[in-house]
Structure formats: structure tokens, C-alpha cells
Design a protein around this ligand. Sequence first.
Ligand code: FE2
Length: 405
Amino acid sequence: MDGTFGFHLPTRVEVGNGRLGETGKLAVALVGSTTSGGRRTSPAAGGSSPRALVVTDAGLIRAGIAPAVEDSLRQAGFVCERFDQVQPNPKDVDCNAGGEIARHFGADLIVAVGGGSVIDEAKAIAVLTTHPGRIGDYEGRGRVPGEVPPIVAVPTTAGTGSEVTRSAVITDTGRRFKMTVKDIKLAPKLAVVDPETTYALPVGLTASTGMDALVHAVEAYTCRAANPVSDAMALAAIARIYPALRRVVRDGHDKEARYDMMVGSLMAGIAFSHSDVGAVHCLAEALGGLYDVPHGVANSMFFPAVTAFNAPAAPERHARVAATCRLPLGGLTPSEAAGLLVEELARLATDIGIPKFGSLPQVRPEDFPFLAESSFRNGSTPDNCRDIAVSDYLRLLKESYQDSR
Ligand SMILES: [Fe+2]
């Protein structure tokens, strides 16, 4: 860290139980003179109705969460269309299909109601609303040349942090690789963060998405791109998420813990979007691209082994994470504290029911060289706190596999 950094949070964040119903009212301010085609004005200005494309999935429709957001948008004067073709580890083909629908519909606003897959796909759809081609054409950093319609994110997991990030991670189904489209224009203009949307989240998703949030915070804090502001967000996120995670898995209606998970996930998202993630995510995204393993599950499986690999490069930072989790560190050196953290991360994954890498039926050791290459090519590899080569990734894959058979 050389002390140079910038901080730009382009997302208005509104947090609170029951605030889902305010989405329409809050979104009105985003349309009008800034609409994608420049042809509509807000209802308040006497123009024709602005058009909102709601991107969501079947579960959130059944749960009544997406319909509630649509009601609030209609009450605020929007014409709504729904697109629910979203799969876990969102696929490029679905993004391309959604983009076509958004263009035909003439979407002025893209509203994502869902977890990370929904929000990332909605970002890709926003790009394709005002740009030609396919989402793969915009892979990389800063490759979206023009404006996109404003994006509203209503996260329903705690989670992704995608409601405040400028990235969409999309599976390139041809290459079986998770690519990243990263551009400040993809940052949602508004995030409506309502912890009540997570009360009915199934226990498995609660556990895996919660662990993803913890990984975001720890990687944001320990990676090479960390800065003083991302550090503050990351440590505050860890302090909320770590004690709450076992509680929400035990009791999904623990309101206080659900709130802490949601706010912790939000802060972790702010942290890593201004810092980066590291090798845990590089491995998880490689695994997600090839095997379609849920993102949070894939992260959890490599979290202890990567932390053990990384700790010697930044023992004080890892010890600070352990201290923030309030692990019993009396008299331990930073390296010993980091060792205790590694043990606790493995115990936490077991306690909350995350499956082991070696127990996944689709995993084949002959794929490990491909997975190691794929991890190495990830844009976050250079920011991992310890230099990491293809051979290191290969060793981490083999060790994590053998240790959990
Ligand atoms: Fe993640």
C-alpha cells in the first residue's frame, strides 16, 4: 500500500426493515431527463410513463418479493416488465436475451430484485440496453463506452455486496469461464437494502451467501489493493458478520442477526469494490465457471487453505482479522493468531453446513490444471496479498480436495 487512493461511492443506499415498498418512490428521482433514450420525462414532470424492467427469479416471484417491488414501481408511475431468466452463476446467454428484451421494451430503468446472480445479470442487461452486441464484448475494466440506464438494486441475500459494486461476474458458457465486466457505469444508482427480504431465505443459501460476505471483507482487508477507507469498511463488516453468521443459520428469523448480516454484507461490498478480492475468489470463480458450484459454497471451501497460504505474507493483517472476530488471542504472535483464524474458518464452514470440496460429485482431479490456469487468469490474482503462481493454485486445489475426501 503506497498511501494513494480514491474513493467514489456512486450508489445512494437506503437501509431499513420494510423499506422494500419505498423502491418506486425512491426510483422516480432517477428517471426523467437522464433516461436512456432521452425521450421520456418523469410522471411528475407531466411526461409519458417511464419504463422499468424488473430482473428477478422464480423464487422471488413465488415469495412475493418481486411483485411487491413491482407494485411500488407502478404506484410511483412506472410501466413494468419482468425478466426472470436468471440462473446461479449468471450466464452470458441469459444476459444477451435480457438485453434484447430491455431494448425492445425501451427500458429507462433496470431494477434488480434478488441475490448476486440477479444483480450481476441486471447490470449486464443495462449495458446491452444502450449498447449493441453481446455481454462478452464488454469484458474487462472500463470497456463500456456510453451511458447505461440507471440500475436499482434490491438485494435479497446477505450476500453479494453487488448492490454497491461496479462489477458484473458473468459465466461465459462457451469458455466455461467467469468473466468480469467492470465499469463505474455499472454501479447501481440506488440500493434499497431491506433485511426483511432475507427472513425466508433457505438455510443453505443463508450460510453460503453469508460466508461470501465474510470472504469479501477478509480479502478486501488483506489484499494488496486495500486502502484506509476500505480497511475501515472491511473491519466493521467482519465485526458484524462473524458473530451473526451462526445465529442466522440457526434461526432465520433472528431479526438482529439478519440486520447485522445485511449491513455487514453491504459494508463488505463497499470495501472490496474500493479494494479487491484475492485468491479465494479466483478459485471460486474458476470452480463456478466449470462446475456451476454456487459462489458462496465455492468460496467457503477454499477460504481456510488460502488464508493459511496467504498469512505468512501479511501476518499482522490476518491477526487483526482474528482479533476483530474476537478469537481468544491472549499471548499469541501474529502468525499464531493467523493460524487460529484458519482453524476457526474451517470450523465455521462445518458448523453452518457448507459441503466439502472433495464431496462434490462433479469435481474431477484431471480438471485441476484447467482450474488452476483459470484462477491465475482472474483479474484479482495480482492483488492477492502473496504472490501466487499457477503451481500454487494447483497445490491448493489438490490439498483442499485430498483433505476433504
Ligand atoms: Fe463473492
